[in-house]
Write a protein that binds this ligand. Structure first.
Ligand code: NAD
Ligand code: DAU
Length: 331
């Protein structure tokens, strides 16, 4: 099996490539533009093995066509992925998430290539704190931000190319990931690296917003299961029953790092901030027998904190620019 993994130098894509090398004998080509969010160091040690790196843009049809021609399956992670950036400058989100996905789908159609599209629970909008239900595969789309609306649009493109052109596609929508190799712009690594630098964590608004955390390695095992055993044309939701409010997560990070649990700042809230995400992954569990390995969030977070402690060389070069961006926003 020869996989083409787009966005494989990013957070979740690189975790997936590590997972594939550990658990299969597949050959992998990573197609990545190496935007501010991509880092080849996340693949270090793998490029000498069964992994090849191709620098390029998923919206570049000629580049994509060559690579798709020699792949058995595409696993599509590449995206502009950060909500705060999408509020500041939406255009790259339209270009990569919509035109990039369209470009890949056209190549998959031409070459008859299996296509797995990696998406997000944010396409469903948000839930109230006391809603008794969670997102399922049948929840109507209702995205809130430029980021999530372009991810919703990319999902709809995949559905249309599957139905109208017979592309052998599956889609997964996953909840918030944490783990190694996550850019310091994101909530958990931002707070860990702030504490490591002696800076107080920054909580948007009141901090009562809820995210449903899953370890990136569990996301990878779910995507691999869908790629290998998922039914063509189906969507699967991926989640590990990890709901936590943001304030509790900041307090836990501070406690695990030996700081007083009130040693953080409230900063202005995100515009249009989704209140709560929660995934019901029954379909994935019942149909494909998938189970997460990291069911204890505190253990997973402890390992993640340790990873950032030991890998300052990986994150330090991006920290100042990230904090300068947040400083401009007063966050
Ligand atoms: P990330 O921002 O860490 O990585 C994105 C990668 O895509 C980077 O390596 C970047 O260089 C590359 N890229 C961006 N634009 C490109 C282009 N035009 N051509 C080629 N490569 C390009 O993102 P992530 O957090 O790893 O998310 C990966 C995917 O998973 C995204 O599709 C995202 O919507 C989805 N997802 C993320 C989460 C999460 O919690 N982070 C949860 C569910 C789904
Ligand atoms: O749900 C899946 C989504 O999870 C993915 O589709 C996105 O790509 C990924 O970025 C993530 O989106 P969020 O917006 O939920 O993640 P983020 O890490 O930006 O923020 C998590 C929560 O923490 C959110 O409620 C905003 C809050 N926050 C964030 C930052 C950066 C803070 O309170 N302080 C911060 O400094």
């Amino acid at each position: 099996m020869r996989l083409l993994v787009t966005g494989g130098a990013g957070f979740i894509g690189s975790n997936f490539v590590h997972h594939v090398v550990r658990h299969t004998d597949y050959d992998v080509t990573v197609l990545d533009k190496l935007t501010y969010a991509g880092n080849l160091a996340s693949l270090s040690g793998l490029l000498e093995q069964r992994v090849t790196f191709a620098l390029g843009d998923i919206a570049d049809a000629a580049r994509v066509d060559d690579l798709v021609a020699s792949a058995d399956a595409i696993v599509h992670y590449a995206a502009e992925s950060h909500n705060d950036n999408s509020l500041h400058d939406p255009y790259p989100f339209l270009k990569t998430n919509l035109i990039g996905t369209f470009t890949l789908l056209e190549a998959a159609r031409k070459h008859g290539t299996r296509f797995h599209h990696v998406s997000t629970d944010e396409v469903y909008g948000d839930l109230h704190l006391d809603d008794p239900f969670r997102f399922t595969e049948n929840t109507p789309y209702n995205p809130s931000s430029p980021y999530s609306s372009t991810k919703a649009g990319s999902d709809l493109l995949v559905r249309a190319w599957a139905r109208s052109f017979g592309v052998a596609a599956t889609i997964s929508n996953c909840s918030n990931n944490y783990g190694a190799f996550q850019h310091v712009e994101k909530f958990i690594p931002r707070q860990i690296t702030n504490v490591l630098r002696g800076v107080r964590p920054k909580l948007y608004g009141s901090g009562h917003h809820v995210r449903d955390w899953i370890h990136a390695d569990d996301h990878s095992s779910a995507v691999l299961a869908i790629l290998q055993r998922g039914r063509i044309g189906e969507t699967y939701l991926i989640g590990a029953n990890g709901e936590k409010d943001n304030r509790s997560v900041v307090e836990l990070i501070l406690r695990l790092m030996g700081r007083p649990t009130d040693d953080y700042d409230h900063v202005p809230d995100r515009a249009g901030h989704d209140l709560r995400y929660a995934i019901d992954s029954t379909k994935l569990r019942d149909e494909l027998g998938w189970r997460p390995l990291y069911e204890n969030f505190e253990q997973g977070l402890t390992a993640t904190i340790q990873w950032y402690r030991e890998n300052a060389d990986w994150w330090a070069p991006t920290k100042d620019a990230t904090e300068a961006f947040y400083a401009q926003l007063g966050q």
